[in-house]
Ligand binder design. Sequence first.
Ligand SMILES: C[SH](C)CC(=O)O
Length: 267
Amino acid sequence: GATESIGKAVDYKITGIDPGAGIMEATDRALEDYNLEKWDVVTGSGAAMTAALKKAYDKEEPIIVTGWSPHWKFAKYDLKYLEDPEGSYGGAEEIHTIGRLGLEEDLPEAYQVLKNFHWTEEDMAEIMVEIIDGEDPKVAAQNWIDANEDKVAEWTDGVEKVDGDTIKFVYVAWDSTVASTNMMALVLEDLGYKVEMSQVEAGPMYTAVADGSADVLLAGWLPITHATYMEKFEDKLDDIGVSMEDVKIGLVVPTYMEIDSIEDLKE
Ligand SMILES: C[SH](C)CC(=O)O
């Protein structure tokens, strides 16, 4: 008989992540854009999404997740993005470093390093894969720093050491952001900073930098993913620089599934 509809196979559910993530807003937009009235996106967390993905993948069962690159899941599983002809998820995104107003005056040395911060998907993946294989995030980050002293030197060359100034990072427990925040925390500790890191949800992450209770976030996914946060806080944030280009968000499925486009979800 006809293959069971994909909707029935996954009970018309997309496995999402934390509700404040921009990819969740983009998925709501996609359900509208593609007239997928029967579907909804289930909120959870990055960790819950990857656990559900592993469970389905190991049994070759159908699953659709909100996915992004860079992410270790592409190293562990054969996955593909569903084509997005309506552009609900945007195109190539960038990861921006977003600071509080006044950071450049208050912590000029850290500001210089954060402005210079730039690395690739491969760099970040090295840390993410070690973490998902069980390594402590700080140890995985230090291993990367030890193996990439030349790249780190590009960020810190010519920057004076400091004597114990405190700098506060806020971050969401997205695997990509855990990697970048742990790495940059160690780089600034080497420069003499006392580094504080607070794990929060996406909304509070932007609110903390905008109201100055935190100094910096490394997970500014733009121009589409975090557009709502930037519009809400624009004149209260300093877009310090781009740390990575050509990142991406979308709907991701195992390659054993026949569907290729978000349009295929519409029976
Ligand atoms: C989960 S992606 C790193 C960012 C986002 O969707 O907000």
